[in-house]
Design a protein around this ligand. Sequence first.
Ligand code: GLC
Length: 427
Amino acid sequence: MINEKIFQNVLSEFDSPLDSIRTVAENFQRDLQLGLTSPQDSSLKMLKSYVGLPSGKETGKFLALDFGGTNVRVSLLRLDGFGKYEIIKRVGEPLKVSGKYDYIGKGSTAVQLFDFLAKIIDEAIDGNRDTEFYLGHTFSFPSAQENLNDARLITWTKEFATANVVGEVVNDLLANALSRRGLFNVKPVAVINDTVAVLLAAAYKNPEIFIGSILATGHNTCYLEPSISGAVGSGGMILNLEAGGFMNLTPNRFDSILDAHSEQPNTQRFEKMVSGRYIGELFSLALAELLNEPDKHYSLTSVDISAIISDDSFNTAKRILTEKVGRELELDDLNKIRRLASAIVIRSARLVAASFAGIIRQRAGNNEISAQLIAVDGSVYEKMPLVKENMRRAFDQLFGSNSAKIDTLLENGGSALGAAIAAAMTP
Ligand code: GLC
């Protein structure tokens, strides 16, 4: 039976009271300001995307490659203008299948990974070698860009570790793989971050959207910065914040243990507190303490968290926990464990909402906050219980009388649509 005192102590580690999220919003805003004026002092990378907002008039057929999570997807889409589009074909495969292959671990190479991507592109166009296809590439990692066509990977995140990709121009790697496969008719013309893709996709339909975000395997946000020129499209330059790297936070002891054991310690501290790749691990660590089995690793995932929270009857919780903990737990313990899972998710939602509040304030400057939606994509935002309502509640607390002006909006499928729009915007 879980000790009540230990339970309260572990639970309180995941508290996110108003004071703390207000500080996060202020610190986030300060890092945004520093990122514009004195970049070396900011924990936000604020990478230029070389794209601004679409006009809505982008049309035509494009290929979209979406690379950056557990699955890779390739879509052939037709843009019909002003938010309308049709997916003609979509194929996708996991990047790793236990016991079969793993293109994202340390043991894999750039050539193997990009040859796999080229194979999936080939499937999406049914082996066509005659028609010319322009391809937009959503590459969801921190990348340095000098134009919309190319991006150089700065560092892997989300525990990806494929060799020989860091420091390389990713569309060159892709173009080489396409030629190895004889796909000379596929032309990679644009490369964007997934957050940028979400913003482009949402802005294709709705002009009052300036912030795009992902809450999935990883977490990151971009926004339209009006003061920077040199981008195609309108309204300024979309900056990929690499928000997952935000550092001015107060991690708890579980966050610190998780970080110390991760592929790249002391990086992506925000992401490691909020995103799908990590919250299952946080849950496992905290649970090991609750059950007084400090050396155990239960390998619970964000999907397990979602299932445990969703089911009031505790049947699912019982099944999952019996399997992963290795013994049957009492109802009272299951109840406590469910409260722990909820607290982890609520903290994630509130911290992310606080970072959005920082961006909204920064964009508004001395002016009134304008009514706007924040476009968000990703499985944790879309499917995890408690996320949307806790973001909403955080906005109510942080914005007070202005809170009705702000909300989040699901933009699912943004990665493919955004990549096609970027390809269409390429000069
Ligand atoms: C990681 C990547 C970032 C991406 C995010 C969501 O934080 O570094 O580029 O946008 O995951 O996929």
